[in-house]
Design a protein around this ligand. Structure first.
Ligand code: ATP
Ligand code: MG
Length: 588
């Protein structure tokens, strides 16, 4: 390809909404352009990168035994109603009405359609296992689209769905995808970590996320200092505090006798943790926070330390998988008899169906709590003395988000930021049950298909590669997903001899199967070098009047400062070797 014929609109300035390095560089290097909030056009260079990523993904997913198909993005809402996910996805799902008044959705993912397909086509155990996938646009009306293609409203996802006859089969299918993901991210040149994850609204029993650690990531990776454990923040499990054993609600007891009786204090209009701390001159970690939730038809109380946050996934888990939502003001008043901000654990067990107390609260010697009375708090509250830590409807468990410094299996937990590039889930029968995906076994008995699902954000791979590979001058691509492998920069295009020499190197490389771009623009060398650094092609061959007079060309890696002079006739061979060795580093 020739630079002069390509649309590569590099720019100096970036719009104010480009916050992250990858977003800025994708605009500056002319890879993408914004159309509307969270929707982007991929320009020729960006699209070339994306096609290379897609080719790697396709090759590895095929190798793992999955078959590519294509299902419609526009899907009947009815299918989503059948699984209940039209409600679970809520406003994130785009909906549109057709001319006949039928409701459709623009698929944010495709479990429903794939399961519907399986329900229609799979009859016998002989057809299992089967793994089907597609690489297609997905639509999510993200609350806050940002970071360019990282959190977009329309983006390309590879999504695969496995159907097995039994749980052992699911384990095999899951493992095959997990291994394929490792190969994909390695080949794309990404340093990634695999963390345990919650399966969230997907339902199901197990999940891993593939995350690229970097500062601008929106995910928090929680890992043990010795590397023995890694999970995302939604999932990360925390050890019980010293002296508190799991679930039994044993009493810390120590010191309880020295603490004076609990007493109410007037705290007018002081509801938030910060306000109470300021008013009573206490610290958030010395407060006990009580939140009221609805869980199915029940009302439950969740009790955590003032400086901790309830993890709703854990709360749901503690309640045996019941979906929870924060209660509204009226419900809170009904239960506690007080306005929002004054709920407390004393006596609450008699007013709600369950009380779930975090380990850290059970370990407190004393705390300040809401008094279940508007404008009052209670001081000197001793867990176990003033409210029970055991009982029919009381659970002491791991209920909160981990904080840095907590421990897991005795190992200190540390945090780092990351971008989720892919996730794999064991779904079980959630979808096959609701949509009737069944098969007959050898004896003719009917069973539900056991499913797994596996997603990769193709655009996020691109952006993550830029987050990891860049310097002050621009992008530094891994060769496997770079828009081109080699750039031949002709410094004096107006000089016929130099232009012909550049053309000659270009043709030789091209004929040898190297993916090469010739910068044949009539422009100053300085401008060309700036663009070369910005678009970040891994190998640059510079053809200039001066070095040509000495019979040499210059070869330079984008990732290194030094360049090398090579005799003209040797140059193509050397470049081909270099490309081979760079690619070799990114093999599976
Ligand atoms: P997130 O937590 O970041 O919103 P998710 O867990 O909801 O993502 P999945 O449903 O697991 O995403 O989708 C599979 C993959 O699709 C993700 O691992 C991610 O790489 C990609 N993806 C999800 N949402 C977006 C988005 N808004 N823009 C670009 N890629 C996305
Ligand atoms: Mg995910």
């Amino acid at each position: 390809m020739r630079y002069s014929k390509m649309l590569i609109p590099t720019v100096k300035e970036v719009p104010a909404d480009a916050e992250t390095t990858s977003h800025k560089l994708m605009i500056r290097a002319g890879l993408i352009r914004k159309v509307a909030s969270g929707t982007y056009t991929y320009l020729p260079l960006g699209w070339r990168c994306l096609l290379k990523i897609i080719a790697i993904v396709r090759e590895e997913i095929n190798r793992a035994g999955a078959q590519e198909i294509m299902v419609p993005s526009m899907q009947p809402l009815e299918l989503w109603d059948q699984t209940g996910r039209s409600t679970d996805y809520g406003p994130t799902m785009f909906r549109l009405e057709d001319r006949h008044g039928r409701m459709n959705v623009l698929g944010p993912t495709a479990e429903e359609v794939f399961t519907y397909l399986a329900a229609g086509e799979i009859r016998s155990y002989k057809q299992l296992p089967v793994n089907l996938y597609q690489i297609s646009p997905k639509f999510r009306d993200e609350f806050r689209p940002r970071f360019g293609v990282i959190r977009a409203r329309e983006f390309i996802m590879k999504d695969a769905y496995s159907f097995d006859a039994d749980l052992e089969g699911l384990d095999r299918s899951y493992r095959a995808m997990y291994d394929a993901y490792c190969r994909i991210f390695k080949r794309c040149g990404l340093d990634y970590v695999i963390v345990e994850a919650e399966s969230g609204e997907m339902g199901g029993s197990g999940s891993h996320q593939f995350t690229v650690p970097c500062e601008s990531g929106e995910d928090t990776i929680v890992y043990a200092e010795d590397g023995s454990y890694a999970a995302n923040l939604e999932r990360a499990a925390v050890d019980p505090a010293a002296g508190v054993s799991g679930g039994s609600g044993s009493l810390p007891g120590s010191g309880a006798t020295q603490i004076p009786p609990a007493r109410d204090v007037h705290t007018p209009n002081v509801g938030s943790i910060e306000a109470v701390c300021a008013f009573l001159k206490t610290r958030p970690e010395d407060m006990i926070k009580t939140l009221i939730y609805t869980a199915g038809g029940d009302v439950v109380a969740a009790v955590v330390r003032g400086d901790h946050d309830v993890n709703q996934e854990k709360l749901t888990g503690g309640l045996g998988g019941v979906h929870v939502e924060l209660a509204d003001e009226a419900q809170i008043f009904k239960v506690t008899g007080a306005r929002v901000g004054f709920a407390g654990p004393v006596g609450i067990a008699d007013k709600v169906s369950r009380v779930i107390i975090d380990y850290a609260v059970a370990a407190m010697a004393v705390g300040v709590t809401g008094a279940n009375k508007t404008d009052y708090h209670t001081k000197n509250v001793v867990p176990g003395r003033d409210f029970p830590l055991a009982g029919d409807n009381i659970i002491v468990t791991d209920l909160r988000f981990a904080t840095e410094g907590d421990t897991h299996n005795g190992k200190k937990l540390l945090f780092k930021k990351g971008i989720e590039v892919g996730q794999v889930f064991k779904l079980g029968t959630k979808y096959s049950k609701k949509l009737g995906a069944k098969f007959l076994d050898e004896q003719g008995a009917e069973h539900l298909c056991i499913m797994g699902c596996y997603g990769i954000g193709v655009g996020r791979i691109l952006a993550s590669a830029i987050e990891l590979g860049n310097d002050e001058n621009g992008i530094v691509w891994p060769i496997s997903i770079a828009p081109f492998e080699v750039l031949v920069t002709c410094v004096n295009q107006e000089d016929e001899g130099v232009a012909a020499a550049a053309e000659n190197v270009y043709t030789q490389l091209h004929n040898a199967g190297v993916d090469v771009l010739l910068d044949d623009r009539v422009m100053r060398g300085g401008v060309k070098f700036k663009d070369a650094d910005l678009i970040g092609i891994p190998v640059r061959v510079t053809v200039g009047k001066k070095s040509l007079a000495e019979g040499s060309l210059e070869i330079k890696l984008r990732s290194e400062d030094a360049s090398q002079k090579v005799p003209v006739e040797e140059a193509p061979g050397r470049v081909i070797e270099l490309v081979k060795s760079l690619k070799g580093r990114l093999t599976r």
